[in-house]
Design a protein around this ligand. Structure first.
Ligand code: ZN
Length: 340
């Protein structure tokens, strides 16, 4: 089947579970109610994706407050009680981050509950996302390893442990989110990809990496506006990704200033192309989605194109996100007719 449809990973949470329209929402439930609420929201997220006609569904990241901290809160050796302010993503914005104070070790399973629950309630292919080692290392302060690369590989070992367990839970696709890959471009070929290789070691399921220019929040929009008309950052990292053992690369396409021809540098990879813009509430038409797929087909063989969102939809309004899921399903249906 051409153009299987999926999402980058996150969906907005229901307002009974967490504060709406926030990137760092506070939970509205506690204890056992929170645990059950996360699973209930997972079921809703899966149903909405299935009804929209998506082929590879996700848990919508309903069980995590934030895509990085949802992982690191399960890691021992990190002090969450005394967060420090740090410039992240090359100082694009400041965030209060936890501090690594000892050797890193998983406290236990990270996403077992939602992965098994999702697996039990969908017949479709299931994707789970994890933050990538470079991005995690850029989102915590280090008081222990004294070396960012060494710390990133320590995180990669833990990611590998969880990824293998997710595969055993029946997950079909494991995706690592590496927005830091377009901030530290020179470090991607020198160690970023090797850290990802460590994270996927021993996996037989499909593996993916999502790189992007970030959510549609103000700090990102300002940064994007400073980058000029043509974003060529990926020119440095795509050849290295093409040589890597990662199966799929997820990048934005619609309304992006990344020249689509750069995608030809990803030869041999499945490319998850963003046909849904997460930085605008305007819902795409199926025709617009077909047009983006047609443009990308000039540079990527159609058999390797997966239709996706540009990035996570966590901070969006729920009704808008849902309308965009529906548009995605309709767009790929139309594209299959047109490009069969
Ligand atoms: Zn993203």
């Amino acid at each position: 089947m051409l153009f299987p449809a999926t999402i980058a990973g996150s969906l907005p949470k229901p307002s009974w579970l967490a504060e709406p329209d926030r990137l760092w929402p506070q939970w509205r439930l506690q204890g056992a109610d929170l645990a059950q609420g996360k699973l209930d929201a997972t079921l809703v997220a899966i149903k909405l994706q299935e009804d929209a006609g998506l082929d590879i569904v996700c848990d919508g990241e309903q069980s995590r407050q934030h895509f990085v901290h949802g992982f690191v809160e399960f890691v021992d050796g990190i002090d969450f009680a005394h967060k420090v302010e740090m410039g992240i993503r090359g100082d694009r914005y400041k965030a209060m981050v936890p501090v690594v104070r000892g050797a890193l070790k998983l406290k236990g399973r990270v996403h077992q509950a939602e992965a098994r629950f999702a697996r039990a309630h969908t017949q479709r292919k299931l994707k789970m996302t994890l933050p990538g080692p470079m991005t995690i290392s850029d989102t915590v302060a280090d008081e222990h390893y004294g070396d960012k690369v060494k710390m990133a590989f320590a995180f990669a070992d833990l990611l590998n442990q969880e990824a293998r367990a997710l595969e055993a839970d029946g997950v079909d696709v494991i995706q690592f989110d590496e927005p830091a890959f377009n901030v530290f471009m020179s470090e991607v070929p020198s160690w970023g990809i090797e850290a990802l290789h460590r994270a996927i070691e021993g996996l037989t399921c499909t593996t993916a990496v999502h790189i992007c220019y970030g959510y549609g929040i103000k700090a990102n929009i300002d940064w994007k506006n400073s980058l000029g008309n043509e974003w060529k950052q990926y020119e440095e990292i795509f050849p290295a990704l093409a040589r890597s053992r990662i199966g799929q690369v997820s990048i934005e396409a619609i309304n992006s200033r990344v020249p689509l021809k750069l995608m030809s540098l990803l030869e041999g990879k499945d490319v998850l192309i963003g046909v849904i813009d997460v930085a605008t509430d305007t819902v795409e038409t199926p025709e617009q989605i077909v047009q983006v797929i047609g443009e990308v087909m000039k540079f990527v063989p159609k058999e390797r194109i997966v239709a996706c969102t540009n990035c996570g939809m966590a901070p969006m309004h729920r009704d808008v996100a849902n309308a965009k899921l529906v548009a995605l399903g309709q767009g790929v249906a139309l594209a299959r007719k047109k490009f069969a």
